[in-house]
Every structure is written in C-alpha cells, then in structure tokens.
Design a protein around this ligand. Structure first.
Ligand code: NDP
Length: 308
C-alpha cells in the first residue's frame, strides 16, 4: 500500500522524510519510475499523468496537492474514484497573509508610491480609516474564512458572496447571482477567492466591474481564467477601477510584451499567494489515508457535480 507523490522531486524528498517520521506504516514514494504501479493505492498530483486508471489499476484515492482541482480533468476520471483537494493550515495562512498584503497595499496607496519613487516624487496621498473601507470576498470557502479572520482586526467593513447562503459573524453575506449586484455595490476592494469552474470562468469582466463603485480595486487570488484581461485594462483606463493586485494570470507567466507587466495600476505576483506547506500538508494527507483505511469520511472530498 503506497502513497505516490507524483510531482517535483525536491518537495517529494521533504514529503518522504516527513512520512517516514510520522507514518512509517504507510509506504511512500516520490519516484514513479521506481514504484510498482500495482502497489499505488494513493496518488498525490498537481497534474496527473495520462491514463492514471490503466497505469495505477489499484488506485483508491486521488489527492490534489493544491487547494484547487481545476487542473484535473474530473470528467475523465472514474466517477467512483474519490478526489481530495488540499485543505491544510499552511495554505490558509499563506492566503490570509497575501490577501491582507493586497488590501493594505490598496488601502494605503502602495502602487502609487512605487510609481512615485521611480519618478523621485515625494507626495503624500490622503487615506481614510480602515473602518470606512469596504472589503468584499467572492467565495466564502476555506481560504476566504482564513482571510476574513486575518482582516477582521483591522476594522474593515467585510462582506462576502457565495453560491449557497452563509452566516459569518461581522460579515455581510450574499449569495447566488441575485445577490451579486448588492454585494458588488458595497465593495471598495473586491477579492476573488472562487474556484475555477464552468460557472466562474470569466466572471471578472466589464459587467461585474460596472457593478462596483467607481474607483474600487480588485485582488485576484483565484485563477487567471476568472479574469477577462481586456476588460480589466479598459476599467483601469476609464477609472472605473483604480488598481488591481493579480497573483494569477492566463497564461502563467504572461508573454514578455503583455501590458500587465508594466502597468502602473497593477501589482503582479507569480502565483505565490499561497503554497502547500509540506510540514502541515503531510499530516492532513496521513489523516485522510487513515480515515480511508478505517472507512470514515475524508476531509476535502471534491463534489464531482459542482466540480469544486
Ligand atoms: P472552497 O471550495 O472552500 O470555497 C469556494 C467558495 O466559492 C465557496 O464559498 C463556494 O460557495 C464559492 N463558489 C463556488 N462557485 C460559485 C459560484 N458559481 N457562485 C458563487 N460562489 C461560488 O475553496 P477554497 O477557499 O479552498 O479555495 C478557493 C480557490 O482559491 C481555489 O479553488 C483556487 O482556485 C484558489 N487558490 C489560489 C491560490 C494561489 O496561490 N493563488 C492558492 C490556493 C487556492 P459555497 O460555499 O456555496 O459552496
């Protein structure tokens, strides 16, 4: 019975050491070519190899090594193969830090100061109190909860939008398409923390931007395909949006001549908002393997109908 870590060898070695220390009873490998495929019961992947079912005939659980599963072709996987996405404290902490960084950067005009510094310009820009700034989060899942908990002490006015109705202390919650216009109308900064699905692809477009108050700002920590790039450029040009913090793009990286690279109102980071941290992720995977072996429900099971 083996867990095969089918991704980069560098982190694979870290995972191997942690598995050996914390779960010596569970076989572990990060070297597909040195592993008997018939022994593989559990497979951890970013991008799975083609034909996993034929290659690993005894596979029982597929683990995504990241929080999202949009990189997997779920429709091509057997419907009875459980797919587990990564829910682990390291990812949540990383995302809470990044979203806070983005909100503070926008609130305190950091993008303008970076441009001013390049020009040798010393000019203060007025800012208001956090309690006067409305921050809204699209998606109210695991990562959004971590972000909310980290933002709350600053005193921002928080709201959120999701598919199903939620109740979160101190957060104005909205749901479904019908709740979107009211939600957006109350956002000075909107953070996208949605999974990428057929329903959410291209959701950050000019129609949505037009529902935001003029001069609001965007943080996209979801996926590059949530954003219609030309619509963002137009909204920044017209002043409908005042700035954007983008951690994800399509493609990644963007081509060298892409306008986002040098845009004064865009802060671009290379998909580093959050990362799976081996030290905490290994515990979560081991616990799920033990749950699977004892026949209890695993944490992070992907709903194959919703696709997240
Ligand atoms: P969850 O599945 O826990 O939460 C997803 C949230 O989005 C839920 O609240 C869900 O609503 C909502 N949602 C889904 N579809 C819709 C829709 N059509 N309309 C409205 N709301 C919708 O995901 P996580 O919080 O763990 O992760 C979110 C995403 O963050 C990942 O899928 C990934 O793309 C991205 N990510 C980015 C990283 C980075 O470094 N940039 C790192 C890690 C993740 P409901 O609650 O009703 O189900």
């Amino acid at each position: 019975m083996t867990f095969l870590y089918h991704a980069d060898a560098e982190r694979g070695m870290e995972w191997a050491a942690l598995f050996a220390e914390r779960a010596p009873d569970i076989g572990f490998s990060f070297q597909p070519h040195e592993t008997n495929p018939a022994d593989v019961r559990y497979l951890g992947v970013w991008h799975p190899p083609a034909d996993i079912v034929t290659t690993y005939p005894n596979l029982q659980v597929l683990f995504s090594l990241g929080a999202g599963v949009d990189q997997l072709d779920l429709a091509a996987l057997p419907s009875d193969l459980p797919v587990i996405r990564m829910i682990e404290p390291g990812i949540s902490d990383g995302m809470a830090e990044y979203a806070t960084l983005g909100v503070l950067a926008l609130h305190r005009h950091l993008l303008s100061y970076v441009s001013q510094q390049r020009r040798g310009e010393w000019r203060g820009i007025r800012f208001g109190p956090a309690a006067g700034l409305r921050v809204g989060i699209m998606g109210l899942g695991v990562l959004a909860h971590a972000v909310i908990n980290r933002l709350r002490p600053f005193g921002y006015v928080l709201s959120g939008w999701s598919r199903s109705a939620h109740q979160i202390d101190g957060v104005h919650c909205h749901s479904r398409e019908s709740g979107l216009p009211v939600f957006l109308g109350q956002c000075d900064i909107v953070i996208c923390l949605l999974p990428l699905t057929a329903e959410t692809a291209g959701i950050l477009n000019s129609t949505l931007f037009d529902m935001l108050p003029k001069g609001s700002a965007l943080i996209n920590c979801g996926r590059g395909d949530h954003l219609v790039q030309a619509d963002l450029l137009a909204a920044l040009e017209s002043g409908q949006l005042s700035g954007a913090v983008l951690d994800v793009t399509n493609p990644e990286p963007l081509p060298a001549n892409h306008p986002f690279w040098s845009h004064e109102k865009i802060l671009l980071t290379p998909h580093i908002a959050s990362m799976t941290q081996p030290d905490t992720a290994v515990d979560v995977v081991i616990a799920n393997i033990r749950r699977h072996r004892s026949g209890t429900a695993m944490v992070g099971l992907v709903d194959r109908t919703r696709t997240y």
